[in-house]
Design a protein around this ligand. Structure first.
Ligand code: ZN
Length: 71
């Protein structure tokens, strides 16, 4: 049974509930009885997207041709 994290907007408490997925979106009540709660997203590992830098194309720069030195 999945576990859902909730946070109470009245007192700021966070609590967990084990409930069927069918009831995932049902309102939850704070352990202190506050009905104003929000469901938190499950803990997900958020890592920066390691964008693969494009390999620099060979050639260009450093060549002797183009500067008139080759001939
Ligand atoms: Zn509360």
């Amino acid at each position: 049974m999945p576990r859902y994290d909730f946070r109470c907007r009245s007192c700021g408490a966070t609590f967990e509930l084990n409930r069927p997925m069918a009831q995932a979106n049902d309102p939850a009540t704070c352990p202190d009885g506050h009905p104003d709660t929000v469901k938190l997203l499950s803990t997900v590992a958020v890592t920066g997207a390691a964008a693969s830098a494009p390999a620099p194309s060979g050639g260009g720069g450093g060549g002797c041709c183009g500067g008139g030195c080759c001939g």
